[in-house]
Write a protein that binds this ligand. Structure first.
Ligand SMILES: [Zn+2]
Length: 684
C-alpha cells in the first residue's frame, strides 16, 4: 500500500500504514489449517467436555499472543436430547418410516464418533404426539396464510415444512399460533441437496441422510439465556433473579429430519395438490394433506442449567483504554462445525497471531482491543448476549463490534454492517490481497458484477467503486451488540456452495475437499478481521459515515410510506419522521467535514460520534419485545434472520395497525431528532 494513502479517520496514515503492512504478513494459511484441524478433531457442542477442550486451546493461543486472557463462565438453561423418534403410518396402519435414520455417507472419517449428538432442535418442547400431516412449504407467514385460505385447519396436526427462507424458530412459532401439535422440519434437495449439485462425498451439497440441527428459540423476542433477558447469567446469579422461559421457547415438539426420512411421509400425503411454488425436488407430486399418513413424534429433552464458557482476551489501549474495539466469533458447534464456526475461530486465532506479533515489537493500540470466543451461539447467541448484558456500562462506549461466524465456505467475500461502517469495510478490503489475485475488494466487485448480470436484466448498471454491503438482521453474535446495546457492528464471511450446514458432515474432510483445500481463505479472513480491529483501534477519529446512515434511513422511510399507502393506511403522517431524517442528514454532512480533516478536541468529537448510534436506541424497546432497542434494525418477527428496517414502523404497517404505526413513527422521529441533536451539539 502506498505510504501517501489517505484513509478516512486518520489525519496522517503513514505510521499506521507500516503497522498494518507488518500485521498483514503474519496470518499464516498453514497454521490456520492446523488450528482448524485441532478445533474440529471432535464434536464440541456447548457445555460438553469437547467444548471445554476448545476453551483451553483458544485460551492458550490468546495467552501465547500476549492477550490478558480470562475464561468467563455463565450458567444457562440448555436442552440436550435423550430420545428423538419419528414414525409414520399409512391409512391402513402400515409402517412407512421409522427414524431418524443415522447420518451416513461412504468414507467420511468423522461421522461415526459416539459424541455426535443426535439431530434435534434446541429449545424444542418434550412431548409424545400423534397426528395427521399438513405440508406448509417453507413455513413462512404467507405459507400458513395460504393454508388458511384453503380452509386447512392445523389444530392437532403435525406440520411438515422445509428449511429455508426464514429462521426455523419462526416456522415453529407460527405453527404453534395456528394450533399445530408438532413440527417436522426437513431439508428439501431443491434447497441444498442434489437439485443444486452433487451431494457430499462427491460434491458439497447435502446428502440424503444429512440433517440440519438448530435452535427454535424465539430469538426475535430476545436471544440469550431464556431465563435471564437483560441480565447476565453469572454463576452467582440467584435463582430468584431468573424468569420463566415461557415467552422465549415453543410449547410444542419440533424435530429436524433428512429428506431420506421426509420422503415417505410426503409421498403418502393426500389432499389438494400443492401450489406450484411449493413443489420441491423429491420425485413425486407434493400434496397439502391431510390424509394418507399419520406421524408419531417422541421428543424427550433434558433441560438443565449448564455451564458454558466464553474466552476473553484483552489488549489495553494506550490512549483510550475505556473505548473497546470488540472482535468476536463463536466456538461451539452442533457437531464438528468445520465451516460453522471453526473456520471463523481459526481465522480469529490467526488475527490474534498477527496482533501478537505487533505487540512483541512494542506496538500498543490506542483503544483497547477485546477478542471474544463465544459459547452456545447455536442455542441462541447465549455466550455473547450474557457478556453484553454483563458489560452494559462498557458497551456505551465500545466503538465497534466485528463479528465473524461462518468465515469460509468458499471464495466469495461478503459483508454486512451498520450503514456508518459500510464504507469502512469496503475501504479496508482494498488493502487485503485475495488468493484469487488482486485485492479482496476487486474480487468482491467482480463477484457482485457477475451476480448482477445473472439476476437483473435491465437493472441499473453497477457503480464499480461500490459493492453491496448488507444489513444486519440476526442469526449471529452481533445481535446483542447492535440491537440491544447500540454498538456499531459488522459481519464478514467468504461464501461458497455449502450443503452440510449443521450436519455431522460439516467436518474437516468436507472442508478440505470443498471449501478451501489450502486454507488461503482462512488467511484472507484473518487479515480482514485483524485489520478491522487494528485500524479501528488506532484511528484518530472514529470513521463512522453518518451521511450514508441518514441516506439509508430516508430510503427506509420512503419505502415504508409507499407500503403504508398500498396497505390502505393513508392517514399516517410521515412528516415529523421525514423532517427529523432531513435534520440528521444536515448534521451528518457538517460532522463528516470535520471527520475528513480532524483537528481540535478529538476525544470530544469521538464521544459525539459514538453517542449518535446510542441515540438511535429507544429505552422502552420495540412493541412486544423490549429487549430489542434499536429503532433502525431488528430481526423480523416473521423472518428471524433477515433484517427488518425501522422495525417498529414496518411491522405495525404489516399488521395494518394504524395506531401502533403512528406511535412508532413518533418514537422513530424522536430517535432521529436525538441523533441529529447529538451531532449538532458538537457542530455548535
Ligand atoms: Zn455459527
Amino acid at each position: 500500500m502506498a505510504a501517501t494513502q489517505a484513509v478516512f479517520g486518520y489525519s496522517n496514515f503513514d505510521a499506521e500504514s507500516k503497522i498494518e503492512e507488518k500485521f498483514l504478513t503474519v496470518p499464516d494459511a498453514r497454521l490456520a489449517g492446523q488450528e482448524l484441524k485441532t478445533l474440529t478433531a471432535e464434536p464440541h457442542l456447548a457445555a460438553t467436555p469437547g467444548d471445554r477442550r476448545t476453551v483451553d486451546y483458544v485460551a492458550q493461543k490468546f495467552r501465547a499472543a500476549g492477550l490478558e486472557t480470562e475464561i468467563v463462565p455463565y450458567r444457562v438453561l440448555l436442552n440436550q436430547p435423550k430420545v428423538v423418534r419419528v414414525e409414520a403410518h399409512d391409512a391402513a396402519g402400515k409402517l412407512l418410516m421409522s427414524g431418524p435414520t443415522p447420518e451416513h455417507v461412504d468414507n467420511d472419517p468423522y461421522q461415526d464418533d459416539p459424541n455426535v449428538v443426535m439431530p434435534f432442535n434446541s429449545s424444542s418442547a418434550s412431548g409424545d404426539v400423534n397426528g395427521e400431516v399438513i405440508y406448509a412449504n417453507y413455513g413462512r407467514l404467507e405459507d400458513f396464510n395460504e393454508l388458511a385460505a384453503q380452509h386447512i385447519d392445523l389444530h392437532g396436526k403435525i406440520v411438515i415444512c422445509r428449511y429455508g427462507m426464514n429462521f426455523r424458530g419462526v416456522k415453529v412459532y407460527i405453527a404453534e399460533q395456528r394450533g399445530a401439535a408438532g413440527v417436522l422440519i426437513y431439508s428439501d434437495p431443491q434447497d441444498d441437496g442434489y437439485y443444486k449439485g452433487d451431494p457430499y462425498p462427491i460434491g458439497p451439497w447435502r446428502p440424503e441422510t444429512g440433517v440440519q440441527r438448530g435452535s427454535v428459540q424465539y430469538l426475535f423476542k430476545y436471544p440469550g439465556d431464556p431465563e435471564t433477558p437483560g441480565v447476565a447469567s453469572t454463576p452467582d446469579l440467584p435463582d430468584s433473579a431468573r424468569v420463566s422461559p415461557d415467552g422465549n421457547q415453543p410449547h410444542i415438539v419440533s424435530i429436524p429430519i433428512s429428506y431420506h426420512d421426509a420422503a415417505p411421509i410426503l409421498e403418502a400425503l393426500k389432499g389438494p395438490s400443492v401450489p406450484q411454488g411449493w413443489q420441491g425436488a423429491l420425485p413425486f407430486r407434493y400434496h397439502l394433506g391431510p390424509g394418507g399418513v399419520t406421524v408419531h413424534l417422541v421428543s424427550q429433552q433434558d433441560y438443565q442449567r449448564r455451564t458454558i464458557w466464553d474466552v476473553i482476551g484483552k489488549i489495553p489501549g494506550s490512549e483510550y483504554p475505556n473505548d473497546w474495539v470488540v472482535v468476536g466469533n463463536h466456538r461451539d458447534a452442533w457437531v464438528y462445525g468445520a465451516v460453522d464456526p471453526s473456520s471463523g475461530t481459526a481465522a480469529m486465532l490467526e488475527a490474534v497471531h498477527g496482533v501478537g506479533a505487533l505487540l512483541r515489537e512494542g506496538w500498543r493500540p490506542k483503544r483497547t482491543i477485546v477478542f471474544c470466543s463465544w459459547d452456545a451461539e447455536e442455542e441462541g447467541l447465549i455466550g455473547s448476549t450474557e457478556w453484553v448484558e454483563q458489560h452494559a456500562a462498557e458497551m456505551n462506549h465500545a466503538v465497534a463490534y466485528f463479528n465473524v461466524d461462518v468465515a469460509v465456505s468458499g471464495p466469495d467475500f461478503s459483508a454486512s454492517a451498520v450503514p456508518s461502517l459500510k464504507q469502512f469495510i469496503r475501504d479496508l478490503t482494498r488493502d487485503v490481497p485475495s488468493p484469487a489475485g488482486g485485492t479482496v475488494f476487486e474480487q468482491w466487485r467482480v463477484y457482485h458484477a457477475n451476480d448482477e448480470t445473472h439476476r437483473a436484466v435491465g437493472a441499473a448498471s453497477l457503480d464499480l467503486n461500490q459493492v453491496h454491503v448488507g444489513d444486519l438482521g440476526s442469526g449471529s453474535d452481533y445481535t446483542p451488540f447492535l440491537q440491544h446495546a447500540g454498538v456499531p457492528s459488522t459481519d464478514i464471511g467468504s461464501d461458497g456452495s455449502y450443503g452440510v450446514y449443521h450436519s455431522t458432515f460439516d467436518d474437516f474432510a468436507w472442508y478440505t475437499q470443498n471449501a478451501d483445500p489450502h486454507f488461503e481463505y482462512l488467511q484472507e479472513m484473518a487479515r480482514v478481521l485483524g485489520l478491522e480491529a487494528v485500524r479501528m483501534a488506532d484511528t484518530d477519529v472514529l470513521p463512522y459515515d453518518y451521511v450514508a446512515y441518514a441516506r439509508e434511513i430516508s430510503g427506509y422511510l420512503e419505502a415504508a410510506k409507499t407500503k403504508a399507502r398500498e396497505t390502505g393506511l393513508n392517514s399516517l403522517d410521515f412528516t415529523p419522521a421525514e423532517t427529523a431524517a432531513a435534520r440528521l442528514t444536515e448534521a451528518a454532512q457538517r460532522i463528516h467535514a470535520l471527520e475528513a480533516s480532524p483537528s481540535g478536541d478529538l476525544a470530544r468529537l469521538n464521544g459525539t460520534l459514538r453517542e449518535t448510534e446510542t441515540a438511535l436506541l429507544t429505552e422502552s424497546g420495540l412493541p412486544n419485545r423490549p429487549w430489542y432497542r434499536h429503532t433502525i434494525y431488528a430481526p423480523g418477527e416473521y423472518t428471524g434472520y433477515a433484517a427488518v428496517v425501522i422495525p417498529g414502523v414496518n411491522e405495525a404497517i404489516d399488521a395494518k395497525d394504524a395506531a401502533r404505526a403512528a406511535q412508532q413513527l413518533a418514537v422513530l422521529a424522536q430517535a432521529l431528532d436525538r441523533a441529529a441533536q447529538t451531532l449538532d451539539q458538537f457542530n455548535r
